[in-house]
Design a protein around this ligand. Structure first.
Ligand SMILES: Cc1cc2nc3c(=O)[nH]c(=O)nc-3n(C[C@H](O)[C@H](O)[C@H](O)COP(=O)(O)OP(=O)(O)OC[C@H]3O[C@@H](n4cnc5c(N)ncnc54)[C@H](O)[C@@H]3O)c2cc1C
Length: 374
């Protein structure tokens, strides 16, 4: 928005920015490391951005407006954005230190997993969320034998309901991805190398590679060290400004009005508002987002948007199931306006639901034919 300003970017990673969905493609060997990274170093040079790789920031001195990092340079700022994201949440299982126990958040995590899948006989993924399923599908693509293990009784608890989960589970099993529900993992078995997992009821699953994909937590340490307010994530106002004047936050590391989503649409929407206000304070207010999640693996297409678990009788729910053909659709309406939906098995229906939700118009005349084109 302003070519004249000087921008310094600090990251603790050794690679420049890459979209994290690319990591799944890296594990599936559909992308190389070079293809995973969005902009090469020349891009930063051409755009006059000083990128400091492998340079973690520990603290911000809000009085002297200085960033305290491992670098001696570029400490001073006029405006500052905290966009430190999330880290994987790992439950306190016993044996986490064993070889071949992984998480997936960074490019280096993905490289480790990609290399480990080669020698593994069976890959265990603990966690039945989007990330766990996408990773399992990527492993299957490169010859693995993945099993997804969940302590819940359905997949994608945030994005699907029981019926939808049953249809998705069947589809995944058809593609050779095993799913096991109700397994409450307590430890990783094996001496120095992982040989499987053990449940709280002492059931066991053998495997040579364990990936723990049980959610994320916002990085708030930098706020804590700097006297900046946070709850579960760093708190901001409608301008994306934190409790410290001139310091903004965006993405997975911040919450607004008790709302938080660990998805790219949230990161980009909050980042745009933060950027505008960093250049011209008061020029943009955050309007919120309609959360949308997508799972596209091995020919399975699932979209989940807005309110899908209505919690009052004021909502109307329409459902269509064709389990044999892997199709499940759900629409949630309030006063004949579409406020949420699930589309499993049809991109066309997914796009239609999304556009109707965004428009927010009365659809009483078409609501009974919403799923006709499936
Ligand atoms: C494998 C994978 C696939 C995903 N797929 C999707 C998808 O398909 N769709 C979707 O919507 N979302 C997806 N997500 C989630 C999405 O990637 C995140 O919502 C998004 O990356 C958030 O962006 P961010 O910039 O807030 O944080 P991040 O992308 O986490 O970036 C924060 C950066 O700050 C660095 N950092 C942290 N602390 C410090 C410090 N103290 N000093 C310096 N640097 C620091 C971190 O290392 C990181 O590089 C996926 C996530 C993963 C892991």
């Amino acid at each position: 928005m302003d070519k004249e300003i000087e921008i310094d970017v600090f990251t603790d990673e050794r690679h420049p920015y890459y979209p994290r969905p690319n990591l799944i493609e890296l594990v599936a060997k559909r992308k190389t490391v070079k293809e995973t990274i969005r902009y090469d170093l020349d891009w930063y040079e051409a755009n006059d951005v000083d990128l400091m790789l492998s340079t973690p920031v520990f603290q911000i001195d809000t009085k002297t407006k200085t960033v305290i990092s491992t670098s001696q340079d570029h400490g001073r700022y006029d405006k500052l954005l905290i966009a430190v994201g999330c880290r994987p949440f790992v439950p306190p299982f016993e044996g986490l230190h064993k070889n071949n126990v992984h998480v997936i958040r960074t490019l280096d995590d993905a490289l480790d997993i990609r290399d480990a899948v080669k020698g593994a006989g069976r890959e265990i993924i603990v966690g039945g969320g989007i990330l766990g399923i996408e990773l399992a599908a990527a492993m299957k693509e490169v010859g693995g034998e993945p099993i997804v293990v969940s302590n819940e009784d359905r997949l994608l608890p945030m994005q699907l309901d029981d019926q939808g989960s049953a249809v998705l589970t069947k589809q995944l099993e058809k593609k050779g991805i095993s799913i096991l529900f109700g397994f409450n993992c307590k430890s990783i078995s094996g001496e120095t190398d992982a040989t499987g997992i053990v449940s709280t009821t002492n059931d066991t699953i053998s495997g040579d590679l364990v990936v723990i994909a049980t959610g994320v937590r916002s990085n708030t340490l930098i706020a804590k060290n700097s006297g900046i307010s946070f709850n579960k994530a760093i708190t901001v106002d409608e301008y994306m400004q934190t409790s410290a004047e001139g310091i903004f936050a965006a993405g997975d590391c911040m919450e607004y009005n008790n709302q938080w989503y660990g998805i790219i649409p949230w990161a980009t929407a909050t980042a745009r508002v933060a950027a505008k206000n960093m250049l011209d304070f008061g020029s943009a207010k955050f309007e919120g987002i309609t959360p949308s999640n997508q799972l596209q693996v091995a020919g399975i297409d699932l979209t989940s948007i807005g309110i899908i678990h209505p919690d009052s009788p004021d909502y109307e729910t329409l459902v269509s199931v064709d389990a044999e053909n892997g199709k499940y659709f759900k629409a949630v309406l309030k006063d004949d306006v579409l406020v949420g939906g699930i589309a499993l098995g049809s991109r066309k229906i997914a796009l239609n639901l999304r556009s109707l939700i965004v428009k927010g118009e009365n659809i009483s005349d078409i609501k009974q034919s919403l799923f006709d084109d499936a």
